[in-house]
Ligand binder design. Structure first.
Ligand SMILES: [Fe+2]
Ligand SMILES: [Fe+2]
Length: 470
């Protein structure tokens, strides 16, 4: 049975030549499949979905489309093509050849980073497992499953690194990745946002827009790593991540479009009675998911981040394209801090500010997406603007976590917060309303009332294609 498993794992890492690695993955794969049956999408495992599978890393192979039952999905192991004579591009080892093996002194740190990244992948599948039952269309159902199987593949990607480069410790970590559970009191997932619920499709679209985008920035900074197998793994994962963010951005766009259509047709802001999601509620969901995702970047001032950089393990976003010395020992960076009862920027050492720098890149990217959403509203002739809340709003991690701050960035009292936060974050009533809209629509080409159809289908298929077969 082992050999079959291996031939079923498409890969470009010469799996068949490495018996030790084969054995480790053969042992792990049935446990992964058990986990997938237990914690993967509920209720659709026997259905055929029109999914893309990576069968190689070149332009033809990385997105092979066809019908597949999810448990039969071929979760593969792919690294981006090696770059000839790649170097470590930053930190103390800058200019040395990139490492093809784990440097002994960085073993623990690298393992921790890989496990932390790896843990988010199955976590999001767990968070999204019930959503299929309330899908707004077959098109959306298929997109959900595409995201889910690819998060599964990302778990494979990290498990490959653990098994291939970290020996027995790596194998133990690979097991533990299948044992933690999102939201579990005793064995939660490692990062906060990955223990939140994703109870409805509005949350799912916000999650794929904001939280998968955190993934993009984490992967991009690991793609700069001096540890070459990690770099190549992350580079290939980034190609898939783009689709996840597309699902989020277009999902929210379509919700906005539908809401604006109803506002115009009925000349009212009071759209709930027409069964769509009002713009203020969208703003609240945005506030929640943005703030929770900001926390994923960690503390503004972080010696860990400085160490990862100095070690050459985790770089900046697009490190190689930045025109400086790539050592940062004398550089500074502006970090927002509390000052009196407001905020000001303060020059901090660049090395310890690397989390904040990555967060800045992320915030700018989010802002571009929100701008595109606002264009949908504007085109409909409606006077309303979605906004990213202030970065100190609703934070659990870092220097702002002890503060109460409104979305405009005013520091307020606890009493003020208690009285007003329901205007800024989804209330129980908002959540119940959104959940009340979540009724499955599974007729070919039909869409739930609260969301507009997409402009085009997947892989040039029509919108009314049977994306998931009955
Ligand atoms: Fe992922
Ligand atoms: Fe993702």
């Amino acid at each position: 049975m082992g050999i079959d498993y291996i031939s079923r794992i498409p890969n470009n890492v010469n799996l068949s030549d490495n018996r030790r690695l084969q054995r480790a993955l053969e042992e792990w794969q049935p446990k992964f499949l058990d986990w997938w049956q237990d914690m993967g999408p509920t209720g659709f495992q026997a259905r055929e979905a029109y999914l893309r599978t990576a069968t190689s890393v070149d332009a033809q192979g990385w997105a092979t489309f066809g019908y597949v039952k999810m448990p039969d999905y071929r979760w593969g192991i792919f690294l981006a093509e090696p770059e000839a004579e790649r170097k470590v591009n930053f930190g103390d080892h800058k200019g040395e050849p990139a490492w093809q093996e784990v440097p002994g002194e960085y073993r623990g740190v690298l393992r921790r980073l890989i496990v932390t990244q790896g843990d988010t992948e199955p976590a999001s599948v767990e968070q999204q497992r019930l959503l299929g039952q309330t899908c707004p269309s077959l098109y959306d159902l298929r997109n959900l499953f595409q995201v889910n199987v690819e998060e599964g593949r990302h778990l494979w990607a990290m498990v490959y690194l653990l098994d291939a480069y970290f020996g027995r410790d790596g194998r133990e970590e690979a097991e533990a990745l299948l044992q933690r559970r999102s939201g579990d009191d005793d064995k939660p997932r490692i990062l906060g946002a990955f223990n939140e619920k994703t109870p409805d499709w509005l949350s799912f679209f916000m999650f794929t827009f904001f939280t998968d985008r955190d993934g993009k920035y984490q992967l991009a900074s690991l793609a700069e790593s001096g540890f070459d197998p990690l770099s190549r793994t992350c580079r290939f994962m980034l190609t898939e991540e783009a689709h996840h963010m597309f699902v989020g951005e277009t999902g929210i766009s379509r919700v906005i479009q539908r809401t604006c259509d109803v506002m115009r047709d009925f000349k009212t802001d009071d759209v709930r009675k027409h069964g769509v999601i009002d713009l203020p509620t969208l703003q609240k969901y945005l506030n929640f998911h943005f703030s929770v995702s900001l926390d994923l970047f960690g503390s503004e001032i972080s010696t860990n981040a400085a160490n990862y950089y100095t070690m050459g393990i985790k770089g900046r976003y697009e490190e190689a394209r930045i025109g400086d010395d790539h050592k940062l020992t004398d550089a500074s960076y502006k970090v927002l801090e509390l000052h009196g009862d407001g905020f000001r920027e303060k020059e901090e050492a660049a090395l310890i500010s690397l989390n904040e720098r990555l967060r800045d890149d992320y915030v700018a990217d989010c802002a571009r997406g929100v701008m595109r959403w606002n264009q949908v509203i504007k085109r409909a002739g409606i006077d309303f603007e979605l906004k990213l809340p202030h970065r100190a709003f609703h934070r659990q991690i870092g220097q702002f976590s002890e503060l109460r701050v409104d979305p405009q960035g005013r520091v307020i009292s606890q009493a003020d917060w208690d009285a007003r936060h329901h205007a800024w974050l989804p209330t129980e009533e908002d959540r119940l309303y959104v959940i009340s809209l979540m009724r499955p629509v599974t007729e070919i080409g039909k869409f739930a009332n609260w969301i507009a159809p997409p402009q085009r289908g997947i892989n040039n298929m029509p919108v009314d294609f049977e994306y998931v077969r009955a």
